[in-house]
Design a protein around this ligand. Structure first.
Ligand code: GLN
Length: 387
């Protein structure tokens, strides 16, 4: 074991994998790891099946099929007003690969990297593996606002990069225009690059159009925007994601990608290209179905005595355990609710270092009505049993 890199020697299995594994083993309802329970959009799956039979099954270009890279540009032009060209886009095996490629390509030994916590669990170990130093700036419940004074205080002469996840997993909140403008201004003043993990950009329930940090004046040359077909279409197992950046950056990001996965299955790339060209109504209908599931779980949890925090985006609802009258820390709650109550959730402290909040749990709501109703009933029984 002494040969193992210290980052991996000390690492645990991710909370998502842990909870999904236990849920499978115990036959529990899995509201932990974020994924919809259906098969996914039939027209996109049919397109993938056709592409498997009729198109090439050999290596596509390393940067992705040109048709998909164009479709990504078209999607962002139409839905976010961004002007990107095919050469600004590299297709990756999911957003997690894009995050890894960005960190490997942009972080030099000793560089400090600002992470806003709650932070997706891949960021911190990847920064450390790249020789960088993660520096946490914390957001807190119930509103999870960006504390700009804390951000400024975290910057030093060695800060090189910040990672912003907007909309934010696990809180399901969205940065305001003013917060984004202030973060952009800080990036420019301190000459920082920004990794914009925007995988939830299309899972918004506030009626607002997604605004990328990349679109603020002066950010185009210093930001990389990460997207995910898994989130846009509810096809998480496909692992098709991408990263977009200006010419100076994308070449280096592509070099990192070529020695991570090099490329991703062409049939899935063809199908995603077709999916991104679907009309806006199609995306609106999918968003309405997800919003209805969110409202159903919210009602169920509230009737069961849980204090549900506000949600404007993502597939997740969070509950505050203290306000729910539950005297357990979030890890104990998630573990016991799974083993004794038959419902998996995610403790939000997994998104923080040791000093984060310990009283919020996350539930994924992209499930059938019957599953959500049964989960709410089980969670009601479990809570009553604790009182
Ligand atoms: N993004 C997913 C979530 O937050 C987890 C993805 C994963 O397990 N790699 O649930």
């Amino acid at each position: 074991m002494s040969q193992v890199h210290p980052v991996y020697a000390a690492m645990e299995t991710t909370i998502f994998e842990h909870m999904s594994g236990l849920a499978r083993q115990l036959g529990a309802i899995n509201l932990g790891q974020g994924f919809p329970d259906g098969q996914g959009p039939p027209e996109i799956i049919a397109a993938a099946a056709r592409a498997l039979a009729e198109k090439s099954n050999q290596y596509p270009p390393g940067a992705g099929l040109p048709e998909l890279r164009d479709a990504i540009c078209g999607f962002y032009a139409r839905r976010q007003g961004l002007e990107l060209a095919r050469g600004d886009v590299v297709v990756t095996s999911g957003a997690t690969e894009a995050i890894a490629a960005c960190i490997l390509a942009l972080v030099r030994p000793g560089d400090e990297v600002v992470l806003f916590e709650p932070a997706y669990d891949a960021y911190r170990p990847m920064v450390r593996r790249a020789g960088g130093v993660p520096v946490a700036v914390k957001l807190g419940p119930p509103n999870w606002r960006y504390d700009l004074a804390q951000l400024k205080a975290a910057l030093t002469g060695r800060t090189r990069l910040l990672i912003l996840n907007d909309p934010l997993n696990p809180s399901g909140t969205v940065a305001s225009e003013a917060e984004l403008a202030a973060i952009a201004e800080i990036c420019i003043r301190h000459d920082l690059h920004a990794i914009c993990d925007e995988v939830w950009e299309d899972v918004r329930f506030d009626g607002a159009r997604h605004r990328s940090l990349m679109s603020f004046p002066g950010m185009a040359g210093r930001a990389v925007k990460i997207g995910s077909a898994g989130k846009i279409f509810g096809l998480t197992g496909w692992k098709i994601g991408w990263m977009c950046a200006g010419p100076a950056m994308i070449a280096a990001l592509g070099r990192a990608h070529q020695f991570l996965t090099y490329t991703s299955p062409p049939a899935l790339q063809w199908a995603v290209a077709g999916g991104l060209a679907m009309p806006d109504d199609w995306f609106a209908a999918q968003g309405e179905a997800w919003a209805a599931s969110r409202d159903r779980l919210k009602r169920g949890l509230e009737q069961a005595g849980y204090a549900v925090l506000p949600n404007a985006a993502t597939w997740f609802l969070c509950a505050d355990l203290v306000a729910s009258g539950i005297d357990l820390d979030d890890r104990t709650f998630s573990e016991r609710a799974l083993r004794e109550g038959g419902v998996a959730s995610i403790p939000v402290s997994a998104f923080f270092d040791a000093a984060g909040p310990r009283r919020v749990v996350r539930f994924c709501f992209t499930k059938s009505d019957a599953t959500l109703d049964e989960a709410a009933e089980r969670l009601a029984r479990f809570r009553t049993g604790l009182l």
